[in-house]
Design a protein around this ligand. Sequence first.
Ligand code: 6PG
Length: 251
Amino acid sequence: MPTRPQPPAPSSFEINVLPNTKALAEAGAREFARAAGDALSDRGVFRVALAGGSTPRALYRRLTQAPYRRAIRWDRIRFFWGDERCVPPGNERSNYRMARETLLQPLRIPASQVFRMEGEQQPAQAARSYENGLRREFRGRPVKLDLVLLGLGGDGHTASLFPGTAALAEERCLAVANFVPKLSEWRLSLTYRAINATRRIVFLVSGPEKAAVSAKILKKQSGWQDLPASCIGSRRGTLLWLLDQAAASRL
Ligand code: 6PG
């Protein structure tokens, strides 16, 4: 079993339970806007890693509507991803395609502000070039994203950090290609090192099928430490769990 880092104690840890998926998307949009506002006033740029899967769709769509469409300085935002499937960008499974359709295209975000993981490339090469791109973005200074949005799988995975996979033991690289035996496929993922350096980490969790794993992690039930999402926490940043009532039903 690959080793994995002890979860750092984030400077602030919060759990917010929302009544339904609509309220979850609204809470996520508010948090996105708050993180963007703080980053833009402090540094004039906001760098965010988007989550994949299906949960974030409603959040991304909400951001394209009032008041967020006009309230956020979209021209100062640079978009990254927490993970990607090893498929071309037009593939229906692509996390980039999902975000392009629900967020980037509706807001007319130019390609110059979008840094996708190239799922169509050879996985190890794609991970290396993603890492190089991140380091270029920070001009050699420590890579420190302003916000990472994360989902949660029923097995406790987040991004593409799946239980029992090699990426869990990665402590040097910021992005890796990670073979996931249970899916029999390669994935691209930010590592704990990259994610846990982020200023704000926000989990978005929705649905009754996430209730057991959410309780296991958040109530530290037996075996919680072995779940990848349990090892997420930003030492000098904040960790916020946003769950709808269905996902939080066993908390
Ligand atoms: C992916 C994700 C993954 C996702 C969880 C939850 O590429 O699938 O990044 O970590 O966030 O599997 O997925 P849902 O939101 O679809 O439940």
